[in-house]
Design a protein around this ligand. Structure first.
Ligand code: HEM
Length: 438
């Protein structure tokens, strides 16, 4: 009985308490008292739980832990330097296990290699209901959650948070569909000009267009259907605090499908694998393993080039006439140019979102002398990425290994429309629908 009670409490009571504390209607100890009196004492030992129950509890206690940690750090001078002190007097179960030790055992019991704190996986993938990506009659990706209540847990009970979590999970589902199409091509047996390979890469291009569209549509929504930037910066992001110094707070940067796509398609940032490995504690075991596998392999464009005996370094210095001859000999290059370009355009739209909801408003605050938030800085992302770094990533995706083909392709299109837009219309690929189905 205790788990359903806790679930209901996290859905309804925790947001109410958080709101009251943020509005100074309640002192932060009220939350810890409620936890000590109502929630924590009856928690079962983690190894008594099924894996599904442990996953649900990781999500629920993730919201609890983030709330406790945020209020402590916001209200305690020097609290940022001693984040674990937030949990000092919180003990779980009849055996009075310290909160962080209990959470760690719970996370281990899921068998997923989940971090000993809340994470992208718990907040987004496990929390939000099932997202399906459809193309006509075909379902091309299904991303379930771990609850079947049709609800999304939030810190403060606002629709803005629900919209944000849903957006990220929808984005990840589209990206999963893309990777599921591309990943099987990473084998020596692939015949790059086969109908199967062409269909995979072209469908991936269309899905990347849908991902970009998802970003653009969110940016264009009225505030009541998205999340106003002030809410993103001052309320939502301030829960992405450290639980121990140096741990990895939740971030879109831990979206495994985005990371995998960079290693499948390639990205010319020399220290990129080091950067990604730094995020490993925030990922799940199977995600870390998948990335290690991809990091050790040639990228798909490198495989295409090797199979067609093309020296990629030669492209950037080649004459347009030579490039045209090359494309005429190997039309499949156009499809790979298109998918890489669509990938770059999606990254460009994501960069726009990060500027609109974070970097630009913070610059305005700095110019107006308002300054930054004390707990989670709005001058960088939660894992420390700066606007400059996100711009660098986007540029690197734009400067992909086939970018030099551009002058040889433009002539072919003629109308001045972006290539992939022209081609997806011509290809007759079904339009993409992204649905939160439960
Ligand atoms: C309003 C919506 C969004 C905003 C404001 C936003 C903002 C940001 C910020 C500030 C970062 C840097 C993170 C850090 O330092 O840890 C970031 C990174 C990232 N976000 Fe988002 N994001 C949004 C939506 C999304 C969605 C929907 C996805 C997934 C489909 C996503 C995927 C990523 C990825 C993969 C990164 C790593 C950087 C990169 O690969 O370019 N984001 N985002």
């Amino acid at each position: 009985m205790v788990l359903p009670q806790l679930g209901a409490w996290v859905l309804d009571e925790l947001p109410r308490l958080n709101q009251a504390i943020l509005h100074n209607d309640l002192a932060p100890p009220a939350l810890n008292e409620a936890l000590r009196e109502v929630i924590l004492p009856d928690l079962p030992l983690p190894d008594r739980l099924s894996v599904a129950q442990a996953q649900q509890l990781v999500v629920n206690l993730g919201f609890v832990g983030a709330s406790v940690a945020r209020h402590y750090q916001e209200r305690t001078p020097g609290g940022k330097e001693t984040p674990e002190r937030a949990f000092d007097a919180l003990e779980a179960g009849t055996q009075q296990i310290p909160f962080q030790r209990y959470f760690a055992a719970l996370a281990d019991h899921t068998g997923t290699g989940h971090d000993h704190r809340d994470s992208y996986a718990s907040l987004v993938r496990w929390n939000v209901g099932t997202v399906e990506v459809r193309m006509g009659e075909r379902t091309v990706a299904v991303l379930p959650g771990v609850f079947d209540d049709g609800r999304t847990r939030t810190y403060t009970g606002t629709s803005g948070e629900e919209h944000f979590f849903a957006l990220v999970k929808k984005g990840e589902a589209v990206e999963r569909a893309i990777n599921d199409l591309l990943e099987p091509l990473a084998t020596p047996e692939t015949r790059w000009d086969s109908p199967e390979a062409l269909s995979r890469v072209r469908t991936a291009t269309v899905l990347l267009g849908a991902l970009r569209q998802l970003f653009l549509e969110f940016a264009a929504l009225p505030p009541e259907h998205s999340m106003p930037p002030e809410q993103f910066m001052d309320v939502f992001r301030q829960f992405a605090v450290h639980w121990t110094p140096g741990d990895i707070p939740p971030s879109g940067a831990l979206d495994i499908e985005g990371l995998k796509r960079d290693f499948l398609l390639g990205i010319a940032i020399p220290d990129y694998a080091t950067h990604v490995r730094r995020l490993f504690p925030g990922l799940l075991t199977e995600e870390r393993e998948a990335l290690e596998r991809l990091m050790a392999q040639p990228t798909l464009p490198q495989r295409v080039a090797a199979a067609l005996d093309i020296d990629l370094d030669w492209l950037s210095g080649a004459e347009v006439a030579d490039l045209r001859r090359l494309v005429a000999r190997h039309p499949v290059l156009v499809d790979w140019y298109d998918v890489l370009t669509a990938h770059a355009r999606a990254a460009g739209s994501h960069l726009m979102l990060s500027k609109k909801f974070l970097f630009k408003p913070q610059r305005q605050r700095d110019a107006a002398g308002i300054g930054d938030k004390a707990v989670v800085s709005n001058r960088t992302g939660t894992t420390g990425m700066t606007e400059t770094y996100l711009e660098r990533l986007t540029r690197a995706r734009r400067d992909h290994v086939l970018a030099a083909l551009h002058p040889a392709l433009d002539a072919e299109v003629g109308e001045g429309a972006p290539r992939h837009a022209v081609r997806s219309d011509l290809m007759g690929i079904e339009p993409v629908e992204v649905l939160l189905v439960s």
